[in-house]
Design a protein around this ligand. Structure first.
Ligand SMILES: [Zn+2]
Length: 55
């Protein structure tokens, strides 16, 4: 299931056993992507989980 990276537009392949909210990494720009839906396949930029997140 190919989807486009929302950041750099590269094609990212979802694994066959992908599940919603699973994290992937775009191999072009290195951005963490979160699977938003499978039908249609859609990903979004994953929230950055850093220690100061939510300040
Ligand atoms: Zn990318």
């Amino acid at each position: 299931m190919p989807v486009s990276c929302p950041v750099c537009d590269a094609v990212v392949s979802l694994p066959a056993d992908a599940v919603v909210s699973e994290l992937l990494r775009c191999r072009d720009c290195g951005t963490e992507l979160e699977i938003e839906s499978l039908t249609p396949p859609k990903v979004r930029e994953a929230p950055v989980a850093e220690e100061d997140w939510g300040q």
